[in-house]
Design a protein. Sequence first.
Length: 394
Amino acid sequence: MRNKFGLGTSFLVTTLAVSSLLNVTFVAQAQLPPVSSVIYVDPVNGLNATDAGTSAKPHKTITDALSQAKSGTVIQLAPGNYSNESFPILLKPGVTLRGDESSRGERVVISGGGDYISGVFAKQNITIFADKDTTIEGVTVTNTNERGTGVWVESTNPTIKNSTFTNNARDGVFVTGAGNPRIENNQFLRNSANGISITKKSKGEIRNNLFQNNGFGLAIGHTSTPSLTENQIVQNKDGIVISESAKPLVRKNTIQNNIRDGVVLIHEALPDLGTSNNPGGNVIANNGRYNFHNATKNNTMFDVTTTDTPDPSQTADLSAGDPNIALLKKWELTPVACDSGSEIVTIIMSRRQYCITPHPDLTAKRYQYNQATGNLKALADSPRPTSSRSRGGL
């Protein structure tokens, strides 16, 4: 049948069907989230004005850009030193502060700090307050003020990534209250107190960061339960200090070459460092004094893998009053000079090489002492059948 326009009914039905599909498509598009707005800032060429914020006419300060920002806004920072801000910088919920992620903010430096009244820790001096659902990425943060902290996280859930926290007088990042941040792929360098402090009831995921040349790499206290995964924690005064009733989950971290201790437990700290059924995979090695210093009253057998390499120049001096010599004698072992020429068994303790006369309980040639468990573990390269013997349960 043909209608008055000369078109068959089959064509009309087809047209209506296509129109129906188009209507459905338009509805679906209307449900898509809006594209984030971008506000540009340039501390050198910018201008604080009501019509600023475009790439051609950027703001001069983060402070001015924040006055126009709302949830979903990206504040894009040009290279430069952002020191003429109204500190602390209070990020609005849902706002992203973005510099250059590829260089971890090498040329996008936010330096300075101001007074902030914390609901948990009273008056503080901080550079940035990270509010709910905020993101900080690709910047360098420095606060050299007395007790200056780079980023303060208090009962919020920011993402902090691909950035550098350096030369802060106190902490690079401080997490408190019920904070639950995601902190990944950052550098924490030369912060006087700690790279990161985590306190109170905080959680959070701390993944794939570098902690180097800080006071403590991380300080974890109160009842906090963060997850620490695949971090490099090297050349700090101490690697990780866990105190009070904190119970962090610690997996696949490298904790080595710290000046004093690798991992320190005090008070009632009870970290999850892994079990035989669920290995922690942490490498805790070559730290100056102890790889693992358990100063608690808890005798839990932590899964602590150490891979100390003995330093040939640090062979034990039998006449020097070495406490490890005293420990060997307590176990009724007989220390001897390693170059005595007679048959010996070698034990690695605190990176030093100790030699003893053969003992019937020790069936291997070389052992590693694990201070956390009080065990001697036969090394895999030992030519004789291996075993693991407890010596004193220290």
